[in-house]
Design a protein around this ligand. Structure first.
Ligand code: CA
Ligand code: CA
Ligand code: CA
Length: 670
C-alpha cells in the first residue's frame, strides 16, 4: 500500500470507504452487542425465564427455562457476513450459585445447529473459568480451552467479568481488578464461521450444564477490549456496558412484558421525590427521580445512576430511529411549499433516499441512485426547486459526475436536471448574490491528487443551466460555507488534506470585483466543516477539525482528539480572530441552532482513535463564558447534524456513517 493511501485511511476511514484502500469489513455492528437482550423472547413467550432481584439488583434466572428459550440465530447479529471477530471482548455480569468444586455450568455458547458442534463458549466452575473455541489446523478441527483460575466469585455477590481476546492473547478482568493474562499457543481463529450457528445463553444447548445463577449483563464487543470503557468505575462489580431494559426499569413497570413477572427475592424499596438521603441505612435501595426519569441505587452512601441512558435523554428525547438502506453521510432537511417537510439522506451504497415528514415521523418518499453520495444541498431559483447531490465515486461506466435534480410539480418527485463533472465531490453550496445564483462544489481529490480545483458555477438564466464561473485551488476540499456580512459576501472552504498532511490552511474568500478573492487563511487539521452563525451583531465562524496527521510525524493515536476552533469577526481589524477552542473527537460537523432566546452549537464527534461510539456534545451560549457543554449524547460514527422545526416542536437529526440508522431527537423545551 502506498504511503499516501496509508495516510488516507485514518483520515477518510469514516467518510470514505475509499476505492483502492484496504478495508476491513466487520460482519457485525461495531458497537456493543447486547447478547442478553437479543436472546430475551420479545413477548416473554418462553416459560421459565424469571427476572429475579438479588442484593437490590435484577438479573435473569434461567435454570427453569428450556435451553432454546434463551437462544437466537447468530445471523441476527452477524448480518454482513458470518466470521466471528478475531479480536473482541465479552462482558458478563453475574451472580454465581454455590456449586460443588467439580461442577461446570455454561455461561454462554455458540453452537452449530446441524452438527451440534461448539464453536465457542464460556464455562464456569468454582475453581476455573474456561473459554472454549474451535480451532482448525491441517490435522482437523480441535476444541481449544483457555483456562483461567476462577476469580473469587462465590461470595453471593454480583461480579462483572471482561474477557478480552486478541489472537493468542486472552485476558480476564474481574470487577475492574488486575487482569489475568494468558498467551496461548493456539490463537483465536481469524476465520471462525458462525454460519448456521445459534447463541445459547446459560447453556450448551442441553439441559446438562445449565447455568443456575443469575445473569444481568452479557455483551459482545467486536473489535476491541471493553475494559477501558468500563473501568475505573464506582461500582465495578456492576459496571455496565449494556443491560436489557427489563433488568433496569423501576418496579411495577415490567416493560409491558406480561410473562416476565417476577417473584422478587427481596423487597424492592424505591423512593420517589427529590433526592432522599443515602446512608448505610438505605444501602441497596432505589430512588426514582421522576422529574429526570432517572433510577438511582444507593451504594456505599452514594446515589449511583443505574439508568444512565434514560437520564441523559433529559435535554433531548429520542423521537425516531430512521433506518436507512446503508450508512448515511450528509443529511439535508428542507420544506417544499404545499408538499411538506423532507429530509434527504446521502447514503453510502447505491441509492440515496428522501423521506417525508408524515404523521410526525419521517417516512420513505423517493429513492435516487447515487454513487457514494456525500451530501445533498437544497436550493431554489425563483419558483424552481432543486436538490444537488455530491457523488464521491464514478458510476458503473467509470464516469464521474454529480447531479442536480429538480422538483417536478407534476410528478411530485425530484427528476435529474443537470449533470456536473466533479472529482470525489464532498459538498455543494448554493447561494445568491445580487440576484444571481451560484453553486460551488468541493472537489476532494482526483485519483490520489488532493491539490485540485474546486469550481464555482453560475446559473445562466438564458440556457437555464449552471456554467463554470471560477475555479479555486483546494486541498482535499470537504466543505463550502457561504455567508454575508453587511454588503459583503464570503465563501469559506474547509481543506482537509494536501497529500502529506492534514495540517493545511483553509481559506476564506470575499467577493470583490466579480470574483472571490482570498480574505484570510486559517490553519486547520483535517477540516471537515465550516459553520457560520450570528449572535446579535456578532459573527462567528466555527471549524470542525477532524484529524491531526503529518507524514513527518508518527501517526499518534490521540490525533483525533484535537481542538476545533470558533472564530469571531473583529469588524475593526477586518479579520476573524480566535474566540474559543473546544476539544472534539474527529469532529465532522458543527450545527448552530436556537431555542427561544438560547443559542446552541452541537458537534458531530465521530471517532476518538479507538471507537466510533463517542459522545456528541451540545454547547449552550453563555455570553461571557462562550459556549459551555450542557449535554452529551452517545452517538455512533456521527457524521452530520441538522435541526428543524414543526408545529409540534424543535428537532435535531443526525446521521451515522457507521450504521444504517439516523436518529431524530426532540428537544425538550419549557
Ligand atoms: Ca456546506
Ligand atoms: Ca455545519
Ligand atoms: Ca449539518
Amino acid at each position: 500500500m502506498s504511503v499516501l493511501l496509508m495516510l488516507c485511511v485514518p483520515l477518510l476511514a469514516l467518510a470514505t470507504p475509499g476505492r483502492g484502500t484496504r478495508r476491513w469489513e466487520p460482519c457485525t455492528d461495531l458497537r456493543p452487542l447486547d447478547i442478553l437482550a437479543e436472546a430475551l423472547p420479545p413477548n416473554g413467550a418462553a416459560g421459565g425465564i424469571r427476572v429475579t432481584q438479588a442484593n437490590g439488583v435484577r438479573g435473569l434466572q434461567l435454570s427453569a427455562a428450556a435451553p432454546h428459550a434463551m437462544s437466537f440465530p447468530a445471523s441476527r447479529i452477524f448480518f454482513q457476513c458470518d466470521l466471528f471477530p478475531e479480536e473482541f471482548s465479552i462482558v458478563i455480569t453475574l451472580k454465581v450459585p454455590n456449586l460443588p468444586p467439580k461442577k461446570n455450568e455454561y455461561l454462554f455458547t455458540v453452537v452449530t445447529e446441524e452438527s451440534d458442534g461448539l464453536l465457542l463458549g464460556l464455562r464456569y466452575s468454582p475453581t476455573r473459568l474456561h473459554f472454549l473455541f474451535l480451532s482448525q489446523d491441517a490435522a482437523g478441527a480441535w476444541q481449544t480451552r483457555v483456562t483461567f483460575r476462577s476469580p473469587a466469585l462465590m461470595d453471593n455477590q454480583w461480579h462483572t467479568l471482561v474477557l478480552a481476546v486478541s489472537e493468542g492473547s486472552f485476558s480476564l478482568t474481574a470487577d475492574c481488578g488486575v487482569p489475568a493474562d494468558i498467551m496461548a499457543d493456539v490463537p483465536f481463529p481469524a476465520t471462525l464461521s458462525v454460519r448456521g450457528a445459534r447463541f445459547f445463553i446459560g447453556s450448551r444447548k442441553r439441559t446438562k450444564g445449565l447455568f443456575t445463577g443469575l445473569v444481568r449483563q452479557l455483551v459482545l464487543l467486536p473489535g476491541s477490549d471493553a475494559t477501558p470503557r468500563l473501568c475505573p468505575c464506582r461500582s465495578p462489580e456492576l459496571a455496565v456496558l449494556s443491560v436489557p431494559p427489563v433488568l433496569q426499569g423501576p418496579p411495577g413497570k415490567p416493560e409491558d412484558n406480561e410473562v416476565l413477572k417476577y417473584p422478587y427475592e427481596t423487597d424492592l424499596k424505591v423512593t420517589l421525590g427529590s433526592r432522599p438521603p443515602c446512608t448505610k441505612m438505605e444501602d441497596a435501595q432505589f430512588w426514582f427521580d421522576a422529574s429526570r426519569k432517572g433510577l438511582f441505587l444507593c451504594v456505599d452512601s452514594q446515589w449511583v445512576s443505574v439508568l444512565a441512558a434514560k437520564e441523559k435523554l433529559d435535554y433531548v428525547e429520542e423521537h425516531q430511529s430512521l433506518f436507512t438502506d446503508s450508512e448515511t453521510l450528509g443529511i439535508e432537511v428542507f420544506a417544499i411549499p404545499e408538499a411538506g417537510l423532507f429530509v434527504a439522506a446521502a447514503n453510502r451504497k447505491a441509492t440515496s433516499a428522501i423521506y417525508k415528514w408524515t404523521d410526525g415521523k419521517f417516512a420513505s418518499y423517493q429513492n435516487i441512485p447515487t454513487h457514494q453520495a456525500q451530501s445533498w444541498r437544497h436550493f431554489t431559483i425563483g419558483k424552481k426547486i432543486f436538490l444537488a447531490v455530491a457523488n464521491f465515486e464514478p458510476n458503473e461506466k467509470g464516469q464521474e459526475f454529480s447531479v442536480i435534480y429538480k422538483w417536478s410539480q407534476r410528478k411530485l418527485r425530484f427528476t435529474p436536471y443537470q449533470r456536473v463533472p466533479t472529482h470525489s465531490a464532498r459538498d455543494w453550496e448554493a447561494f445568491e448574490m445580487a440576484g444571481e445564483h451560484f453553486l460551488a462544489v468541493a472537489n476532494h481529490r482526483e485519483g490520489d491528487n488532493h491539490n485540485i480545483d474546486s469550481v464555482i458555477y453560475k446559473w445562466n438564466p438564458r440556457t437555464r443551466l449552471f456554467e463554470a464561473n471560477q475555479t479555486i485551488a483546494t486541498s482535499g476540499a470537504y466543505d463550502w460555507e457561504f455567508f454575508t456580512v453587511g454588503p459583503y459576501s464570503f465563501l469559506a472552504v474547509a481543506n482537509a488534506f494536501n497529500g502529506t498532511s492534514t495540517k493545511v490552511h483553509s481559506h476564506l474568500y470575499v467577493w470583490l470585483l466579480g470574483s472571490f478573492q482570498l480574505f484570510q487563511a486559517f490553519l486547520t487539521f483535517g477540516a471537515a466543516d465550516w459553520e457560520v452563525f450570528h449572535i446579535g451583531e456578532r459573527v462567528f465562524l466555527a471549524v470542525a477539525n477532524s484529524h491531526s496527521y503529518d507524514v513527518e510525524m508518527e501517526a499518534r493515536n490521540d490525533s483525533y482528539v484535537i481542538n476545533s476552533v470558533i472564530y469571531e469577526l473583529n469588524v475593526t481589524a477586518q479579520t476573524f480572530v480566535r474566540f474559543q477552542e473546544i476539544t472534539t473527537c474527529s469532529a465532522l460537523d458543527w450545527e448552530f441552532f436556537s431555542v427561544g432566546e438560547d443559542y446552541f452549537l452541537v458537534v458531530a464527534n465521530s471517532f476518538d482513535g479507538n471507537t466510533f461510539l463517542v459522545n456528541s456534545i451540545i454547547y449552550r451560549w453563555q455570553g461571557y463564558e462562550g459556549f459551555v457543554a450542557v449535554h452529551s449524547l452517545p452517538t455512533f460514527g456521527c457524521r452530520d447534524w441538522e435541526t428543524f422545526r414543526t408545529a409540534a416542536g424543535s428537532y435535531l437529526v443526525y446521521s451515522s456513517a457507521k450504521e444504517p440508522r439516523s436518529r431524530v431527537l426532540k428537544l425538550r423545551t419549557g
